[in-house]
Design a protein around this ligand. Structure first.
Ligand SMILES: Cc1cc2nc3c(=O)[nH]c(=O)nc-3n(C[C@H](O)[C@H](O)[C@H](O)COP(=O)(O)OP(=O)(O)OC[C@H]3O[C@@H](n4cnc5c(N)ncnc54)[C@H](O)[C@@H]3O)c2cc1C
Length: 637
């Protein structure tokens, strides 16, 4: 596909004309599923409603995000019930929405996953009949009330109560303290009619049955008036994504019918007794909560998909600009496209390689999520948990690096780096802080270790048997093995340290933090590499295989370079090999730099979705007074 001919510098343009692979074929591999949904959404985004606007009020920004969400819903290409039959479709819509608008996408994920998905999973037929159609059409807007001001990552300790009243067969929802206000609640400040409220279920005799989800109407569906005894505080301006209406919610003994308990796991019988399929005798009822908080699992995948979309958009704009922006050439004139500089290539090419690697890994996670069974559930949980840190940190890094490499253009709102950064930060924090999730992953990995393996680890470590001393760094399988061995080494080392501990909490929280984070990181990178390698094996088109191989090698080498302390301290790779790896990185950056336009073309983002002026005819954009806005679309090429 050759586009934007006028604005591509001749030297790089030539490389593009003789593109060595079919970019449309590559797009198919990356997109992987639900192609029709993608096409429909891309067409929808031609609508001028999706043209970004900047100089607007907070109210207008929120209204715009809502109107966009309504358009997506009206397209009828996604349903909350897709979680039953085709969850990949929901993830796909997240990726596309993530390209179009971070606020739209955040409102979408709360409506369809956090709210809708929870109703679907924790609710039963009566809730589905009441809500599912309205969720799809946006006639019933929902929010998800888990986080409290005082309890975020440690939500299991939250204070909100739902006390059962057997006389009226109602629950009484109450916010007992300032710290118990529901905090950050997306869709809450303006648009939501309902909230799923997580609260401690208290029976009339005072027994605490642990946290459960309750459906609480918070606004009248006709008048939008806030319901009696519910208080909603608007949280106002944030560091970005201000189209999202976040709120603090308070409940002053709000009565709801007992039917509003989302009761797929626990129920109140006709005799007014509490029963639950999740047996939990502990005082804190942590086990029951973990089952209930399941929706956060798909949420982590949803956030990953939306950030992947945003990363692709950032890279596409950056590469187009780097191919059209001229700066100093050999003779001192401004006649060389900046993509030709080693500085630009060394910074941008590894980001592209990582994006391909993570895209392929996410496709695998979607697949495992869709096919999950009771047997592989623990592994699926781990895969979903590592996806969010991997992708959101990468989005943040990509937006930061690309912003810098685009100079002043990177600072203009219309070029959309601010939106990508804010979206990445929201993703890093929401649905569990990345590093706290990484702790959870490390803990679960350690649970799979047995003592014998730790003993064997010591022997292998002391006799230098861990790593292949004759590694061929051009061999894809041997590279994969290297990353697998590193992951195992880190895992068993941590298991060894924890085994010596007399105070688990103290060792875990005060002494082993870096090792814990490293375990999650090395496991994640190994899984990404494993799936990337497998994908290359599955491709039969040689040209595509070749380009994927280059990207795979660059990804692996970059990860070795990032962790060079481990590889040299443990004498895994000698000086000569490390030097060779460094040279290979430079060569690959140069080689791939020549193909940068095709690499981002392969993301398959149509021109009409690429609004940033710097990715278009930026000279034209700046030939008239634009006030940083995009209404006049004549700059589009
Ligand atoms: C844009 C946005 C939208 C959101 N939407 C919603 C929503 O719709 N519904 C909802 O319920 N919530 C929502 N949230 C809230 C979000 O889920 C919480 O912010 C998140 O879970 C973190 O909780 P916290 O902010 O209380 O952080 P805390 O739990 O206070 O953590 C703060 C920091 O403390 C440290 N820390 C905490 N625990 C540990 C630990 N165990 N080990 C080591 N360090 C630790 C970490 O450095 C962490 O970053 C949203 C947040 C954002 C930013």
């Amino acid at each position: 596909m050759i586009r934007n001919l006028k604005f591509i510098n001749k030297k790089t343009f030539n490389a593009r004309v003789f593109s060595s692979w079919n970019t449309a074929k590559m797009t198919k591999i990356l997109d992987n599923n639900n192609y029709e949904t993608r096409d429909k959404l891309k067409n929808l985004f031609k609508d001028e409603l999706f043209t970004p606007k900047y100089n607007i009020t907070l109210d207008q920004e929120r209204d715009l995000a809502y109107q966009r969400l309504k358009k997506v819903c009206d397209l009828k290409t996604v349903s909350v019930k897709d979680f039953w039959n085709n969850p990949k479709n929901i993830f796909t819509v997240h990726e596309l929405n993530g390209m179009a608008d971070g606020s739209l996408c955040t409102k979408f994920t709360v409506q369809f996953n956090l709210f809708g998905g929870t109703v679907l999973k924790l609710g039963t037929n009566k809730h589905h009949d009441l809500l599912c159609d309205g969720i799809d059409s946006l006639e019933k807007v929902g929010c998800f009330g888990l986080t409290e001001l005082g309890y975020g990552n440690n939500a299991v300790e939250m204070e909100t109560t739902a006390t059962y009243d057997p006389d009226t067969k109602e629950f009484i929802i109450n916010t007992p303290s300032t710290k118990a206000q529901k905090y950050w609640i997306t869709n809450g400040a303006v648009h939501a009619h309902y909230s799923v409220v997580f609260a401690r279920l208290i029976m009339p005799d005072g027994t605490n049955q642990g946290l459960h989800g309750f459906l609480v109407p918070i606004r009248d569906e006709e008048t939008m008036e806030v319901r009696e005894n519910v208080k909603i505080w608007d949280m106002g301006y944030k560091i970005g994504l201000n189209g999202i209406d976040n709120a603090a919610l308070w409940f002053d003994n709000v009565r709801i019918p007992e039917d509003n308990l989302l009761d797929s796991i626990s129920q109140i019988t006709s005799n007014g007794e509490f029963i639950s399929s999740v047996e939990d005798k502990s005082s804190r009822k942590r086990k029951r909560f973990i089952k209930l908080a399941d929706q956060l699992l798909s949420g982590r995948v949803c956030i990953s998909s939306m950030c992947l979309g945003s990363t692709k958009m950032v890279l596409t704009s950056t590469i187009k600009y780097a191919n059209s922006r001229l700066a100093v050439g050999k003779k001192g004139f401004s006649d060389m496209a900046i993509i030709n500089y080693q500085l630009q290539q060394n910074e941008l090419m590894p980001l592209i390689a990582t994006t391909y690697a993570q895209n392929i890994f996410l496709n695998y996670v979607y697949d495992r999520f869709e096919k999950q069974t009771d047997q592989d559930y623990a592994e699926v949980v781990r895969l979903c948990c590592i996806a969010k840190p991997l992708v959101t940190w990468h989005t943040e890094n990509t937006a930061t690096v690309c912003r810098e490499r685009c100079g002043g253009q990177g600072f203009l709102s219309a070029n959309r780096f601010g939106e990508a950064l804010a979206g990445a930060h929201a993703g890093i924090t929401a649905e569990g802080d990345n590093k706290v999730i990484s702790q959870k992953v490390a803990k679960e990995l350690l649970e799979t270790v047995d003592k014998k393996e730790v003993g064997y680890h010591l022997v292998k470590k002391n006799s230098m048997l861990y790593f292949n001393p004759f590694i061929n760094i051009n061999n894809l399988d041997q590279l994969q093995d290297l990353f697998e061995s590193r992951y195992k080494y880190v895992k068993f080392d941590l298991a060894l340290n924890m085994g010596k501990s007399k105070d688990i909490f103290d060792t875990w929280m005060m002494h082993q933090s870096d090792n814990i984070q490293n375990l999650s990181k090395t496991y994640s990178e190994f899984e990404v590499i494993r799936q990337f390698n497998q994908q290359i094996k599955n491709v039969d088109d040689n040209e595509i295989k070749n380009i994927l191989t280059d990207l795979y090698l660059l990804y692996c080498y970059s990860k070795i370079k990032e962790d060079v302390v481990f590889f040299s301290l443990n004498r895994v790779l000698d000086k000569r090999t490390l030097k060779k790896i460094n040279n290979n990185i430079l060569e690959l950056n140069k080689k791939l730099g020549k193909k940068s336009l095709e690499l981002v073309d392969s993301f398959g983002i149509p021109d009409w979705m690429i609004h940033s002026p710097m990715a278009n005819d930026w000279e034209k954009y700046n030939s008239y007074q634009n006030s940083g806005e995009l209404e006049d679309q004549s700059y589009k090429v």
